[in-house]
Design a protein around this ligand. Structure first.
Ligand code: ATP
Ligand code: MG
Ligand code: MG
Ligand code: MG
Length: 339
C-alpha cells in the first residue's frame, strides 16, 4: 500500500517564499510508486489553501485569500500516514504545528514539540548547548518590554559585547530581521527592526575575525548520523537574506576547506547538539570557524533547513552518497519509525 503523505508548505513566517521553493523540489522528488502526496500551502494569513489555491501558490508564489484556519484543518488531517511540515520559522518550525499533529496522532517528519521549540529560539538553544559544554559566542537576551520602557538598559547590555555585534530576532530564520551593528549610532534601528519581528531579541558578540561558515547535516532519530561538513563563502558583510537567495552570491564548498581533525570536531559537536536539543529526523547545524585562532563556535540548529535540490542540507547528504529522492524517502521512513 502506498503511504499517504501531506506536504505542508508556505506558512505564516517571513520564510514563506523559501518554504515554497523547498516544497516544489520535495513534491517532485517523493517517489510516486511509494507515496501518494497531497500538497497544501498555508497562506501568510495562516489559511489552509484549497487545491486550486495551493496549486496557484506553488506555481506563482502568489497565495490567494480565503481558506480555512490551519488550526481546524491540521487537527482533522487524519487519513494521512504522515505529514511533511516543510515550514520554516514561527508557526511551522517552532513546535506549534508539531503540537497540533501530536494531538491529532499523526506522525510527521522532523523534530517534535520540544526539539522544534528549543531549537527555534536562539536564546534557549544557547542555554541548552552551554549546559552541554558546547562553545558559542557571548550573547545577551533583551525583551520588547525592556526596549520600550528602558532602552538605555538594553543599549548598555549590547555595548558590553563590544562592536561589531549582531542583533537578531530570537525566533526566525533566513537572516530575516538580523543586523550587523558596527557603531552605537546604528543600534537603535537594528533593535527596532528585530523587535518588530519578535518579543525576544538576542544580542551576539561577533567572532574575533570574520568567521568561515561551516554547516553539517544530521539525519536520524535516536541513532543520528552526520554528513560531511560543507562551507559557504561570499563577499557580503555577513550571510544575509539577499546573499542567501540571490543566485551566484554565495558559493558552496563540500567538503569544507578545513583540516580533517577540525571537521571531525564539527561533526561530533553537531551530533552532540542534536541529541542535547532532542531533535529528530533532520537538522542542519551551523558553525563559525575562526581560522586565525582555530576556534569553533556553534551558531545555531535549524530543524527544518532549506530543502531545494541545491540547498546545503541535501547537497551534504548527496556528498555522502544519499541522493535527493532517497533522502526525502528516508525522512518519511524516519517519521514512521517506532522510537
Ligand atoms: P538560517 O537561514 O540559517 O536559519 P538565521 O536567520 O537563523 O539563519 P543566523 O544563522 O543566526 O540566522 O545568522 C545569519 C548570518 O549572520 C550567519 O550565517 C552569519 O553570516 C552572520 N552572523 C550571525 N551571528 C554572527 C556572529 N555572532 N558572528 C559573526 N557572524 C554572525
Ligand atoms: Mg536559523
Ligand atoms: Mg532556519
Ligand atoms: Mg543560520
Amino acid at each position: 500500500m502506498k503511504k499517504r503523505i501531506l506536504l505542508l508548505a508556505g506558512g505564516q513566517s517571513g520564510e514563506h517564499e523559501v518554504s515554497l521553493m523547498s516544497a516544489r523540489s520535495v513534491l517532485a522528488a517523493l517517489p510516486r510508486d511509494q507515496f501518494d502526496v497531497t500538497p497544501v500551502v498555508i497562506s501568510k494569513q495562516g489559511r489552509w489553501l484549497p487545491p486550486t489555491g495551493t496549486q496557484k501558490a506553488l506555481e506563482t508564489g502568489e497565495a490567494p485569500g480565503g481558506g480555512d484556519l490551519v488550526l481546524h484543518r491540521v487537527a482533522s488531517a487524519e487519513g494521512y500516514d504522515a505529514v511533511f511540515p516543510l515550514l520554516h520559522g514561527p508557526m511551522g518550525e517552532d513546535g506549534t504545528i508539531q503540537g497540533l499533529l501530536t494531538l491529532a496522532g499523526i506522525p510527521f517528519v522532523g523534530s517534535g514539540v520540544l526539539g522544534s521549540a528549543v531549537s527555534m529560539d536562539k536564546v534557549m538553544t544557547k542555554q541548552v548547548l552551554a549546559s552541554a559544554g558546547i562553545a558559542q559566542v557571548e550573547w545577551r537576551l533583551a525583551l520588547r518590554r525592556e526596549w520600550r520602557s528602558q532602552p538605555e538598559v538594553v543599549t548598555a547590555r549590547a555595548t558590553e559585547l563590544g562592536f561589531p555585534l549582531f542583533v537578531k530576532p530570537a525566533n526566525l530564520g533566513s537572516s530575516v530581521g538580523i543586523s550587523k551593528v558596527s557603531h552605537t549610532d546604528d543600534l537603535q534601528a537594528a533593535l527596532d527592526l528585530a523587535f518588530s519581528l519578535d518579543r525576544r531579541v538576542i544580542l551576539e558578540a561577533m567572532t574575533s575575525h570574520k568567521p568561515r561558515e561551516v554547516e553539517v547535516g544530521i539525519l536520524g532519530n535516536d541513532a543520528p548520523v552526520a554528513s560531511p561538513v560543507g562551507e559557504l563563502s561570499f563577499d557580503s558583510e555577513f550571510y544575509d537574506y539577499e546573499t542567501k537567495y540571490t543566485e551566484g552570491r554565495a558559493q558552496m564548498h563540500i567538503p569544507a576547506r578545513m583540516p580533517r581533525d577540525m571537521s571531525e570536531r564539527v561533526r561530533e559537536m553537531a551530533l552532540q547538539a542534536f541529541r542535547a536539543l532532542d531533535c529528530a529526523g533532520l537538522a542542519r547545524v551551523d558553525f563559525f570557524y575562526v581560522e586565525e585562532t582555530g576556534e569553533l563556535f556553534l551558531n545555531e540548529v535549524n530543524t527544518m533547513p532549506g530543502f531545494t535540490t541545491t540547498s546545503m542540507y541535501p547537497k551534504l547528504f548527496e556528498a555522502a552518497g544519499i541522493g535527493y529522492s532517497e533522502l526525502v524517502t528516508r525522512l518519511v521512513t524516519l517519521a514512521l519509525e517506532e522510537r
